[in-house]
Design a binder for this molecule. Structure first.
Ligand code: NDP
Length: 445
């Protein structure tokens, strides 16, 4: 990181206390020296300084009333990072941990991820420190309505197109879309993605991130002459990404033996019963401990964070940032893991990534492995623009093509820059070059 070291120091100084943002920037910058050495025009145009400063950052008050009539005040965020390739695109996260640094880390990652999909979408991210856990439907609706009452001024199908993330699924997108439609008096389908399929949503969008992550894993294994068939897979999380990662892994012949939530994890040696998991998590919005109780002797619930102690051939962290530590990585390597793909955003700490790379484990960073979600969001935007709706099979095939394209472009870029098999280098450089070239072409903005 020689060329970019002074730039990074300046980023630390100007964005104090935003640890996750620092981590995400560092992880990209430390791979870019070879590009900057070959292409001095990118240094002269100060592409990195410009890229690390969001085009716009919005922070706003979100007041709402709970079912007992008490008033709460949350903070809303939307960071519009880069629109050089298309309208800002990226999800909304509702979780008590949300702050500006987390939204900026997610928005920064999103720029490169969206570029990798090859679709015309820029990068942005948003959310709130609102905690949806334990809230009634009516409370969720009032919160979403209040959030959108401010956000609607800043978004639009050609401007900024939010979607879901942690704590924001189909229900929340429905309430957000309803309020946008009411305030603007426009049924502007392309303003949000992740909509219900009967009112402008895309088939396979719900499944896309998890499916895409597993398809990417299968591609990595294929490039090493292996497949997922017959392999044991460990998954963390039990939300949208985790559930559909489990589904696709099972379809490809793997046995998925774990999943988790913030209370602990379950181990099910016979393989996760997906119908039971969906019923608990998607229908009843329950806790993972209940899975073990209802599954009986096959499964056990273990409180805490030890999910990576379970032996597996492939590990798919699908919960949240920095959930897989150096120690976890050492355990996984000791247990013979062959592939790790990030379904979540930045779930693997930098030290853990190094452990995998030193052990020659195939490691896919989130900006490549979980790009299937946003890519299918872009497919949803295409369907909205042409007032069309595609079948599940067609949409899934488009997703599979996109994941193959992302895999191949990361793979060949890593080789071109002298780091064969290093998907972190491949993803960062391939995404960066697309964005940087567009920035050069569009002048000093
Ligand atoms: P959900 O809200 O559906 O699920 C999140 C899951 O992660 C839950 O099981 C949750 O458990 C668990 N989790 C969250 N925070 C923690 C924590 N601090 N410790 C342990 N477990 C935690 O979110 P998604 O599945 O949509 O998102 C998961 C990850 O994937 C995020 O990093 C997100 O940014 C990323 N992602 C999502 C995309 C999408 O299309 N949805 C697209 C690309 C990336 P609990 O219920 O206990 O909180």
């Amino acid at each position: 990181m020689t060329l970019v070291e002074p730039l990074y120091a300046e980023i630390l100084r100007r964005n104090r206390g935003e640890h996750e943002f620092h981590q995400a920037v560092r992880e990209v910058l430390e791979t870019l020296d070879p590009v900057l050495e070959r292409r001095p025009e990118l240094v002269d145009a100060r592409i990195i300084e410009r890229l690390c400063e969001p085009e716009r950052q919005l922070i706003f008050r979100v007041p709402w009333m709970d079912d007992s009539g008490d008033i709460h005040v949350n903070r809303g965020f939307r960071v519009e990072f880069s629109s050089v390739l298309g309208p800002y695109k990226g999800g909304l996260r509702f979780h008590p941990s949300v702050n500006l640094g987390i939204v900026k880390f997610l928005g920064f990652e999103q720029i490169f991820k969206n570029a990798l999909t090859g679709m015309p979408i820029g990068g942005g991210k948003g959310g709130s420190d609102f905690d949806p856990k334990g809230r009634s439907d009516a409370e969720i609706m009032r919160f979403c309505q209040s959030f959108m009452t401010e956000l609607h001024r800043h978004i639009g199908e050609y401007t900024d197109v939010p979607a879901g993330d942690i704590g924001v699924g189909g229900r929340e997108i429905g309430y957000l879309f309803g309020q946008y439609r009411r305030i603007t008096n426009r049924h502007e389908s392309g303003v949000l993605t992740g909509k219900g399929v009967t009112w402008g949503g895309s088939q396979a969008r719900t499944e896309a991130t998890g499916y895409g992550c597993v398809l990417f894993t299968a591609e990595m294994l294929r490039s090493r002459g292996e497949s997922l068939d017959g392999q044991t897979v460990a998954v963390s999380g039990s939300g949208n990404v985790a559930i559909y990662a489990i589904e696709k892994a099972q379809q490809l012949g793997a046995t998925v033996v774990t999943c988790s939530d913030s209370d602990g994890y379950v181990v099910d040696e016979k393989g996760i019963d997906l119908d039971l998991l969906k019923e608990i998590k998607e229908v009843r919005r329950g806790r993972i401990a209940e899975y073990a109780e209802r599954r009986g002797a096959h499964a056990r619930f273990v409180p805490g964070t030890g999910v990576w102690d379970v032996r597996c051939d492939a590990a798919l962290p699908c919960a949240t940032q920095n959930e897989l530590t150096e120690e976890d990585a050492r355990t996984l390597v000791r247990n013979g893991v062959k592939a790790v793909a990030e379904g979540a955003n930045m779930p693997t700490t930098p030290e853990a990534v190094r452990v995998f790379q030193e052990a020659a484990v195939a490691f896919a960073p989130g900006k490549a492995a979980n790009a299937g979600g946003v890519a299918t969001s872009a497919l949803e935007m295409q369907q909205n623009a042409s007032r069309d709706s595609w079948t599940f099979a067609y949409t899934e095939e488009r997703l599979a093509q996109i994941m193959r394209h992302i895999h191949d472009s990361c793979y060949t870029t890593a080789e071109r820059y002298g780091a064969p098999g290093n998907y972190v280098v491949g993803a960062n450089i391939a995404g960066f070059e697309m964005v940087a070239d567009a920035m050069l072409a569009q002048g000093l903005i």
